[in-house]
Design a protein around this ligand. Structure first.
Ligand SMILES: *Cc1c(COP(=O)(O)O)cnc(C)c1O
Length: 430
């Protein structure tokens, strides 16, 4: 029994000798599920194919960008055409202007846009703008929210979260971590206490409007509006990190559909259509603090490069077609419903959190609305589920704390096959 993995195993053996852990981003190593990772050779539509020729229905979705499916013919054509015109010029282009204009059309609080190469850079840049604009040193983030791997943002919380931050990574000096305050997601009173205790010192509050990096965790009804009120009251900027949610949960910024008016918005993933990209967008007076208009330095050799921009523009054009978000929701809702039913039948204690085409099955939990509750999930049961699904031809993110991504390339039949697989797998694991 079992899929063939020989070639992947050989490649991994070679990879660990030349690449730390064999991977260029840690989740890809599959340590959280105790397996050796498969090596992927190609992807098409809703499927990925590994080095041994196995085909899987894909819910990793490149961790977010692959919303129209992999290698969509129109995106491929755009990138291929662009490649013959040169990859990057170190000079301004009409293409990057077109993407900036499209983002400002779709996102009402975005008056200007600066393109960068990753979500990490976007978050870093937004924080620098916020500090310059307010002349305040500290930032507030929420436990379990991820904003890339820059020093100041790799901070979760210790018990002393109100007064000092605790770094999540070696190599982050405590002096830097101490400028990041971390409070639980969905807990307004904790946020208020934190802002009180640091009055006049907090430049910005940064938040994922739907948290998708501790598994999917939706904001409680009053959380985001309350957070915005607190930001205004304490004179802090509001930064919405929509690197995952932007153009995925709706065309534009999801926070705006919830009635928020963020000062700065971070984008990435979908807007690059699978090519490297990130963006900071927001109010003109803030954005014009950036060099060459203002004193905040930020730059990038490949920022706004025409390959990423063409892939992004074409992806956004596909997302403007009618019924796109309804379709994503319908597919994802069928997936959610099917998995829930399978879990119920097998009497597995679990809950399914979903926002649009983002979905997480938390094993061993009745309800997850904070990172503390997420941490209680049964990761060994998740690991068994992951392994079973893989055997059944379904490729899931290899961690309990990531989202599954549904794309426009998934068919109703793909969803049905996934649900059938899940039913078999959970029935066996109990
Ligand atoms: C992925 C992600 C980032 C980081 O983006 P990279 O392109 O990986 O640097 C930042 N914020 C959120 C919410 C993300 O999901």
């Amino acid at each position: 029994m079992g899929i063939s993995r020989e070639r992947s195993a050989l490649l991994f053996e070679r990879a660990v000798r030349r690449i730390p852990g064999g991977v260029n981003s840690p989740v890809r190593a599959w340590r959280a599920v105790g397996l050796k990772p498969l090596f992927i050779e190609r992807a098409q539509g809703a499927y990925v194919f590994d080095a041994d020729g196995n085909r899987f229905i894909d819910y990793v979705g490149a961790f977010g960008p692959a919303i129209v499916g992999h290698a969509h013919p129109r995106v491929v054509k755009a990138v291929a055409e662009q490649a013959t015109e040169g990859f990057s010029y170190g000079a301004a282009t009409e293409l990057e202007l077109a993407l900036a204009e499209e983002i400002t059309r779709a996102v009402s609080s975005a008056e200007e846009v600066r393109l960068v190469n990753s979500g990490t850079e976007a978050a870093m840049t937004a924080i620098r703008i916020a500090r310059a604009a307010t002349s305040r040193p500290k930032i507030v983030k929420f436990e379990g929210c991820y904003h890339g791997h820059s020093d100041g943002l790799l901070v979760r919380a210790g018990s002393g979260a109100l007064t000092f931050g605790v770094p999540d990574s070696a190599g982050v000096p405590p002096e830097i971590a101490s400028l990041t305050l971390s409070v639980p997601y969905n807990k307004l009173d904790a946020l208020e206490q934190c802002l009180e205790a640091n009055r006049g010192e907090v430049a910005a509050i940064i938040v994922e409007p739907v948290a998708a990096n501790m598994g999917v965790v939706r904001p409680e009804p009053e959380f985001l509006s309350g957070l915005q009120d607190l930001a205004r009251r304490f004179g802090c900027l509001l930064i919405c990190d929509e690197v995952i949610t932007g153009f995925r949960l709706c065309y534009g910024a999801f926070s705006e559909t919830l009635g928020l008016a963020p000062d700065l918005i971070l984008l990435g993933k979908v807007i690059g259509g699978g090519m490297p990209i990130g963006a900071v967008a927001g109010r003109r007076d803030l954005m014009e603090l950036l060099a060459p208009c203002g004193p905040v330095y930020q730059a990038g050799t490949l920022a706004g490069n025409p390959l990423s921009v063409r892939a992004g523009l074409e992806t956004l054009a596909l997302l403007r077609e009618p019924g796109v978000y309804e379709r994503l929701d319908k597919l994802s809702s069928a997936l959610e419903g099917g998995i829930k039913k399978a879990l119920d039948r097998a009497r597995v204690k679990a809950c399914v959190n979903r926002a649009g085409s983002l979905l997480t099955v938390f094993f061993g939990c009745e309800r997850v609305s904070t990172s503390e509750q997420a941490r209680e999930a049964d990761t060994s049961l998740f690991a068994r589920f992951f392994a079973g699904m893989l055997e059944a031809g379904v490729f899931l993110p290899a961690s309990q704390f990531e989202a599954m991504f549904v794309s426009l390339a998934h068919s109703e039949e793909d969803i049905e096959r996934t649900v059938d697989a899940a039913a078999r797998v959970v029935a066996l694991s109990t």
